[in-house]
Structures are given as C-alpha cells and as structure tokens.
Design a protein around this ligand. Sequence first.
Ligand code: F3S
Length: 735
Amino acid sequence: GDTKVPMSLLEKGAYINYQRIEDNLVIVRERLRRPLTLSEKILYGHLDDAQGQDIERGVSYLKLRPDRVACQDATAQMALLQFMSAGMPTAAVPTTVHCDHLIEAQIGGVKDLARAISINKEVYDFLATATAKYGLGFWKPGSGIIHQIILENYAFPGGLMIGTDSHTPNAGGLGMIACGVGGADAVDVMADIPWELKCPKVIGVNLTGKIGGWTTPKDVILKVAGILTVKGGTGAIVEYKGPGVESLSCTGMATICNMGAEIGATTSMFPFNNRMVDYLNATKRPDIANYAKQFAHNLRADEGAEYDQVIDINLSELEPHINGPFTPDLATPISQFASEVKKNGWPDELKVALIGSCTNSSYEDMSRSASIAKEASDHGLDVKSQFTITPGSEQVRATIERDGQIGVFEQVGGLVLANACGPCIGQWDRKDVEKGVANSIITSYNRNFTGRNDANPATHAFVASPDIVTAMAFAGSLSFNPLTDSLTGSDGKTFKTPSSRPPEDRASVQVAVDPKSDRLQLLSPFKPWDGEPKDLPILIKVKGKCTTDHISAGGPWLKYRGHLENISQNCLIGAINAENGEANKVKNQLTGEYGAVPQVAAQYREKGIKWVVIGDSNYGEGSSREHAALEPRFLGGLAIIVRSFARIHETNLKKQGMLALTFVDPADYDKIQPSDRVDIEGLDSFAPGKNLTLVAKHADGSKDEIPLAHSFNEGQIAWFKAGSALNLMAAKAKG
Ligand code: F3S
C-alpha cells in the first residue's frame, strides 16, 4: 500500500521498504521453485538484481542493498575518512556512529568517562563533526554500546544491516539480518555500491519447551556454541525457530544472536513474533510492529524449507551453562561445573565477576541480576569477589537508577562502569592481580580468548548468564552452584529514546581534524590511471605466507587507524623478502641501499615512480582490514602480482584502484628476480577475461614475458581507471 513507516523515530525520510522484499520474492520464487528459509527470504528480498543474480547457497556471491550501516568508534575513523574523500553530501543509506570502544574502566563510570573524553578528544571531535556534516547519526561517549542502542532505536524485523563490529548480529533478536563487516564494506554501502556476500548456508535451531528458572537465553547460545564450536557456523546463517521461541524475550533473543558471532556465523536471527511486538511497543515503535504484522508472511520461514543442518534444543531441559576458560565453545552444564573445576585445576577462587557488554546489558539483564543481589543483600551479604556492572546504554542506566537497581548493586559492593565496552575489549586497568598470575574471572560477555579482558594470559575467563555471574560474585567460588535458589527475574520495561538527530544545517559544519594530529588525517582522492606502466621496480618479492597482518600489523598500530600516513609505516613490515629471507629489509633499486619496506616505498613515491609487489599463494588472507589495501596504494604502489589471492583482499585492492593480478602459470613466480624492472602491457585494452602481460627485465639484460590473469569485471575496471571505487561514485554523484 502507500504506508510509509520510518525505519527509526530518530531519522527523517528513511522508510522501511517491505514492498521491495515482496517484489523480489515474487521473482526469486518463480526462479527457484522451492520453499525458502527465513534468512533466504530477507536476504533475497534485498538483492540488487533479483532476476539476474545467481543464487546457490554456499556458492554464489550475492549483491545486496542493505537498509542501514552502523559503525563503532574504533573502526569508524578510517571508514568516515574514506567516505569523506568521495565527496558525496551524505551516505546512501542511514548510518550511525557509536562511541563505545575507547573508554577504559578504572575507577567508575563518571570519572572513567571524563578521562576517556580527554584522552580521545580529537577522535570524538572528528566523529562528532564528520557525522554532523554528512548527516549521520552520532552517539557520543557514554551514550551506550552500539548493539544495545541499535536494538533500542534502529533495528526492525526484516531489515538488512551491516556494521563494522563483529557483534552486529545482535539485531537478529529483532528479526533483522545484521552482519559484522570490515570498514571497506561499510564505505561501499555508504557510497551506494552493492554489498557482496557469499550466499550463506542455513543452520536451523529448533527450540521446543519453555525457558525458565535459572536457565536464560544466554544458556541457549552457550549450548549451541558447545555443539557447533568456534568454526561451526562459518559461512552460515543460524535461524532459530519452533514453539520455544515465544518463551524468549526480545533482548534475550538478541543475546543469542549476539554471541552467535563466537561460532563464526554470518549472522543469527529469529522469526517475527509477539515478543518482538512487545519490545517494539516498549521502545515506542508500535507503527513498526503493526507494519511488520502486515508482512508477517515474509518474516518467517516457509513451510517445508530445507536447512543445511538442524539442531534441536528442548528449553525445558536445558541447564545453565558455563563456557571456558580460554575459548567460548568449551561448554559445561552447571551441574558438572564444580567437578570440572577440580579435575582441570582451574583456580577455584573467583576474583572478579563482570556483568554487561553488548551481549547482556539490557534492562531485563540488569533487573534479573539486581534481584539476585537484593535477595543476598536482604540476607546481609556483600559480594565476595569484585563485581562490575556495565549498563548497555544511557537509557538502561537511567532506568535502573530510577528503579533502584543501581542502588542495590552499589549497596552490595558493586562498581558501576561507564555505558561502554570497557573490560570486554580489554579497556580495563585491572590492579588486583599481577600479570602472569593464574586466577579466575566470570563474565556475562561473549568472548574469552586468552588475554582478551585484562591482557593477562594466565587469567581464566569464563562466560555465563548475568544471573549465574551475579550469584557467583556472592559465593566468591567457582564451585558454587546457585540452582537451589528460587529467584526469578522481572521482565521488560519501557525505555526512553534519546536524541541523536543530525543538525538541519549541515553545510556550515566544519569537520574537526587537527592538521597536527597523529591519530587522524583527512584523505585525498587517489589519482586516476595515467597510462602504460613501464620500468617499475619491485618493492618486495614476498616469500610464503602473507596475511593482512603481515601487510598491516595490528597491536600498537591500531592507534593510527584514522591516520593513513602514520599507519602506512607498518606497510608489509611482516612480509618475508624472498631475496634475503628477512622481514622489513628491502633494497632500494635506485640507490642500492637496504631500508625498511615503507621507507623504500615512500622514496619511490617521492620520485614519482610507481612500484609493484610480487606475492606467493593466498596473498592477503586473514581479517578483511581495509588498511592492507589502502597503505600500498597510498605509498604509490600500482600492482600486486601473486600466485593467488585471498578473495576479500583482492576485492579491497581493486576498490582502492590497484591492479590485483595473478600469474597464469604459478611457476612463473620463480622467474621474477627482486631486482627486475617490469612493464605491464595490455592496459590500453583492459577488459574482463583478457590477460595482461608482465615483461620482466632482468639485470643481465634478458627478459621474460609472463602472462597475467585478472578477475576485474567492467565495473571494477572503471574503478581502476577512475583511481578508486570512491572516485567513480563521487564522479557519478556529481553527474
Ligand atoms: Fe563492545 Fe564487547 Fe560488544 S567490545 S561491542 S561490548 S563484544
């Protein structure tokens, strides 16, 4: 019909488009002629070209049109800088930025927040002004954790969202397909380039029975993680279904989807149901609930839909679980936990209990935890372990302050931290245990790999529901089984929605980037292609494994992720030089002197000389970080020529306007000498499927003509010629 329902109360002019799903599905059903799972319906409902798209689960690559983008502050910096360099007035779809990752927990919410605001001032100022300028939503430090705020304000059933954070799937609790991606994907969608996703397989989790007692939604995902392990969800969407679903609250379903990231799933999601209606009403979005009801037939799986794998869980029989230490898929039912502690020699004394994180920081989570604390407090108990509480958003914090839960936490000795990621992402100035000393902590978070929370490799971190974590804080011991207690938690209440509207007059906003900053730097568009490359030096001939970590190292370098020039000082410093077997030591072919890879690259660039990299097999595997493609381009590289590429890195290079090329015969890698000068022939008639030629001119005067293959399509060739994908989109936007 002609209904127009806004995606969010905080945005104007952006509406839910259920009609597109309906229209696309008519075409897809005609083609596939089989029942569809829920996630297939939502995904295919967002296809860029439902008629022309190949659709085969686990095989084809889908080109999709997401409804929204979400970024957290650590990953947003380079994404926004890139988007700005495209020169577009605003993002193609509604986009929000959330300041939650950079706040360190030290002494308590208010003071920690003030400290973070002063330490990260330039980053926050940049994000605040850039979002204002380009009409994006901005959530300042202290407003809350990205996924909680999205659930409260932006997620809706049947939507498709990408987010630059691995726990973006949280929004699956409200029936959205929400996927964690790298910054490059976010920039694409903001710049109106379709988002590519390998057509996921589908794992069905059939829930029967009814949840209750000490068993919480968290225990569903702790159990599923134990069954599927940390790799079991790779390339798949996990779809929950069955009569048990209605016994889970909406924020509980979000908890389950959130931690689905730990099994490597593309995302997880639930079908539209009455608990989602309750939550939409409670968060003042009854129009969305009513609109979704009209399209409910598209928001659940078809009868008879087929899954690649099915898991059955009876909620009535499910025990609370505790997962860990050191990996989230080591699942132990609470009834066996004490004996496992003993058997494995895990430290029995519980040092710290932490509740919160994007996984478990809703009003419901806080309330259940507070009611357990209250009962203990009524019996005159204080916590035995340290106890920290992270509310998921300022809405949650203000509400639990109003309703007295914060008072209870503080009365029993708890420390309420800032509404942010805090210890979950290692932003924790932990003082009670020395590095290297074995000890146990338990959290309601999602991730517990070695050193994640406190950088101490000897810390045994366990993951459980907030209820179990709270009860254990009073026991101070891992061997305690709280199941004899008979407390049950209260359920969902209403939240208010704070404003994050971009200002009306955006033209006058100046984006704040201090030219002297070492953490942020504005980007200039890369130069367009300017003719046949001749006599290029080889910056490095890489031998063996070269992951995105070898190309752009993490750790301390992450501080510079908003400053391309500074972070480029890590470019390829981990790659092994085939000439001498060493890392970060290459010959400057102009001077004959050896230097660090980024320095030699910059020396070539200063002389106006483009260069190439020769690489081995599966070049660029690992995380999708876009810096690994931005840096060589920034330093003046023209082509990366390898035996084979990891696909995402290959695409990222193309987006930045670089030539990603492969040897037709992988053995030709051996014909290249590090001191060769190379020509690349055939770019004048650069076309899909047509090989190029590498002329390798050796120092002794001989040469080899080596055929090079590429996977550029027409659109990607246009990116190369324009200098980058963003350059091309900017040119289109100007008309
Ligand atoms: Fe933050 Fe931890 Fe979630 S880092 S986004 S609270 S997983």
